[in-house]
Design a protein around this ligand. Structure first.
Ligand code: FE2
Length: 334
């Protein structure tokens, strides 16, 4: 369930160095590379000539060069050279590759999934993480990215999946949770004050807390968790394909500022958050079906409200993108 016309975080900046590199993202085999200015580019990872992988090639003259016959393609995927035809020989348009519009910000590479535009919307992120140090824990989860997202919007699983870590001793009753959707941002407040012997308050019976939200999710694929004033979790849920997700779990901190101690603290807390995520992975990889959604067959309880809001809004964004396409049939067929 990909949402068109969105910026997706797809890689971390340091994953694309001076050589072309292959990654499967959003269901497509892609090759990423950098031009002489360090600007990142991505096209389909398949030469339009005889369909071998371009990622085995190299960057020459700000183009990616196919390892088989030396065809060169620029960052827009246009064929700039067919050596066997001669330097001034023909370069027919049929050799055009599918290319992607990218941006780089916050040490992530972002891919515009949608129709090209004159002006692109702003890249979503969390301003409040400015000035924090961070470490990344990378792992994959063998489920669709919607399942990975719903898992991190789920407050009721904490005392069960994480009974030996963050959920130890936690109340199993969940009041609410109170949540709000503002533009393309979903805010969730956890309320673990419950007593299992009573009846949980429904989300509609809760009022807006005075504290900052515990979870913030920004469409289409980033999330942050407020662990403390100076300590945050952040995840980019990157679709590899319908059944696999690349997780970039960052731990942001500004609790420890002495350089050596800071690095050690960031490293240790990154690893420990990675261990907590592994507890989720073990359970959610057994999902059937591997994508969630309003038509998945899942049945919901009031505590699942953030998940319902996520799917409802995702469907709305998808419908809006489809409507936009219908308004511009020319752009679609071009
Ligand atoms: Fe979890």
């Amino acid at each position: 369930m990909l949402i068109p016309n969105q910026w997706y975080a797809v890689l971390e900046s340091d994953e694309v160095k001076d050589k072309p590199v292959a990654f499967k993202r959003l269901g497509e085999e892609l090759v990423f590379w950098r031009d002489s200015n360090g600007q990142v580019a991505a096209t389909e990872d398949r030469c339009s000539h005889r369909q071998v992988k371009l990622s085995l090639g190299k960057v020459v003259n700000n183009c990616i060069e196919c390892p088989y016959h030396g065809f060169q393609f620029n960052r827009q995927g246009a064929c700039e050279l067919i050596p066997a035809n001669g330097i001034n020989g023909p370069r027919p348009k049929i050799f055009q590759l599918k290319s992607y519009h990218l941006a780089e910000k916050h040490d992530f590479i972002w891919l515009w999934y949608g129709e090209p535009r004159e002006q692109y919307p702003e890249i979503p992120f969390f301003d409040e993480l400015e000035g924090f140090d961070y470490g990344t824990y990378r792992t994959t989860q063998a489920v669709g990215y919607t399942r990975a997202i719903e898992n991190q919007l789920d407050v009721a699983h904490l005392p069960f999946v994480h009974d030996t870590t963050i959920g130890r001793g936690m109340s199993t009753l969940v009041n609410g949770p109170y949540c709000e959707l503002e533009n393309d941002t979903l805010l969730v407040w956890g309320d673990f004050q419950g007593n299992e012997n009573s009846v949980a308050l429904k989300p509609s019976q809760m009022s807006r807390p005075n504290t900052p939200p515990m979870l913030t999710f920004k469409f289409p694929n980033i999330w942050t968790l407020r662990i403390g004033e100076n300590f945050r979790g952040m995840i980019a849920f990157v679709p590899i394909d319908d059944e696999n997700t690349q997780m970039y779990l960052r731990t942001y901190q500004r609790m420890v500022n002495l350089p050596m101690a800071r690095d050690a603290f960031t490293r240790v807390s990154t690893l420990s958050n990675g261990r907590i995520l592994a507890q989720d992975t073990r359970v959610i990889e057994t999902h059937n079906p591997k994508q969630g959604g309003l038509k998945s067959g899942d049945k919901y309880i009031p505590a699942d409200r953030p998940i319902l809001l996520y799917y409802t809004h995702a469907e709305k964004l998808i419908a809006a993108a489809q409507e936009q396409e219908a308004d511009f049939p020319v752009a679609k067929s071009a």
